[in-house]
Design a protein around this ligand. Structure first.
Ligand SMILES: [Zn+2]
Ligand SMILES: [Zn+2]
Length: 146
């Protein structure tokens, strides 16, 4: 999905974040991938077009964008945080082998609710379902091992 400037501006305004060139570059790089990159992956991507961008700027900016709700951290017990530019309700398939994270869009999962009496006074604002296992590639790899 390519983001145009007007759409970018709308999203930043909606989340009350000032749009700067650096923020635009980092946010766009994240919004245009579904690979759930680490901050360092993003830095490598952004650096190609913005050689002056520092690693610190990318880390700091991700924090700003996350605070504002423009991006989310997908933390799945991996040692390194992964980021998602898609903040609409969706779920993830997580490979325990190669660590890839794949989006799952499923209306049924979106409708999940805690059954009556289980909410324990929580006001629930959302949920995210994670499926853990091995992707097709990793399963094949496993079969090759004698
Ligand atoms: Zn895998
Ligand atoms: Zn995702």
């Amino acid at each position: 999905m390519r983001l145009n400037h007007a759409e970018l501006l709308t999203r930043f305004r909606r989340h009350a974040v000032r749009l700067t060139r650096q923020r635009a570059a980092i946010y766009t790089a994240l919004a245009e991938t579904t690979s759930h990159p680490t901050a360092d992956d993003l830095y490598q991507t952004v650096k190609r077009q913005h050689p002056m961008m520092s690693r610190n700027t990318v880390y700091y900016t991700l924090g700003v964008l996350q605070q504002a709700g423009l991006v989310q951290e997908v933390n799945v017990g991996h040692e390194v945080a992964r980021f998602d530019g898609n903040v609409t309700v969706h779920h993830h398939l997580i490979c325990l082998g190669c660590r890839q994270i794949v989006d799952v869009m499923d209306e049924g999962l979106n409708q999940l609710a805690v059954s009556n009496g289980q909410a324990r006074g929580f006001r629930i604002l959302g949920h995210r379902v994670e499926f853990h296992g091995y992707c097709a590639g990793c399963q094949r790899g496993k079969l090759d091992v004698p």
